[in-house]
Every structure is written in structure tokens, then in C-alpha cells.
Design a protein around this ligand. Structure first.
Ligand SMILES: [Zn+2]
Length: 136
């Protein structure tokens, strides 16, 4: 291996403030990060999936739902977050032509799914629009 970049990274294991699920749409990346910081969530496991929680409530394959739950459970096991934050966003490529209400409804369904799967976890739902982040 050839070293290409130097940065000292923390070696200590961490406890996450939250586990976060969002779409990988970069247009909302800064809004999500600033929103989390504003809410005091500094350390988090970020699961980015095209379409966000659509992989849970309307997956292309059933195995997609299992994979997402597995990722959340891995976060719980390794980093013990007490909260799971779910983000949908407007004009998501996984929802061509869908109204905001349909995307928001999927986030709410996913929240119910995770609450049922992991009752000890506090699940919070949000929606990113082009002017900021909304609670659901
Ligand atoms: Zn998206």
C-alpha cells in the first residue's frame, strides 16, 4: 500500500448519539448534517440508502428490508445509540412524481416498523425540503 493522505483518526470506540437513515441524495447532505449538529447530535452512524426508508416499507426485494434492519442492529450493538432518526426528502429519485405526502407517509410507516422491531429505540421522523428540515 502507498500512503496517499494523512489524517489522525480517533482510535477509541464510541457511543453514538443516534443512528441516522437517509437517502444518499447529496443535495440534502449539508442540511442533514447541520440539522443534526443543531440538535446536539455530534456522533452518529449514518446509513445512507437511495430512497432512504423506501427500502424498509416498499423494498424492491424483501432482503433489502432485512439488510437495513441488520445495519441498524449493528449500530445498536456496536455504538449503542438511543435514537434512530429517519429522513425522507422532496423530489427523491426513488419516488418519481410522488407527492410529498406519499414520501412522508413512508417515513411514518418506517418509524412504526423500527419501533416494533426495536422497542427500546426512540424513533424520530423528519422530512427534508429544499428550504430546510421538517418534523413528521
Ligand atoms: Zn432520494
Amino acid at each position: 500500500m502507498q500512503k496517499l493522505f494523512h489524517l489522525d483518526c480517533p482510535r477509541e470506540a464510541y457511543q453514538a448519539d443516534a443512528c441516522v437513515i437517509s437517502c444518499f441524495d447529496f443535495r440534502f447532505d449539508l442540511a442533514v448534517r447541520k440539522f443534526l449538529k443543531r440538535r446536539g447530535i455530534a456522533i452518529y452512524d449514518h446509513v445512507k440508502i437511495p430512497g432512504s426508508v423506501k427500502a424498509v416499507v416498499a423494498p424492491d426485494r424483501d432482503s433489502d428490508r432485512d439488510l437495513v434492519l441488520s445495519m441498524v442492529r449493528t449500530s445498536l450493538r456496536l455504538h449503542r445509540p438511543g435514537r434512530l432518526l429517519l429522513f425522507g426528502h422532496n423530489e427523491c429519485g426513488a419516488y418519481p412524481g410522488a407527492p410529498v405526502e406519499a414520501i412522508a407517509a413512508d417515513v411514518a410507516k418506517a418509524a412504526a416498523y423500527f419501533t416494533n422491531a426495536e422497542p427500546m429505540l426512540t424513533v424520530e421522523s423528519f422530512f427534508c425540503d429544499f428550504d430546510g428540515v421538517y418534523s413528521l
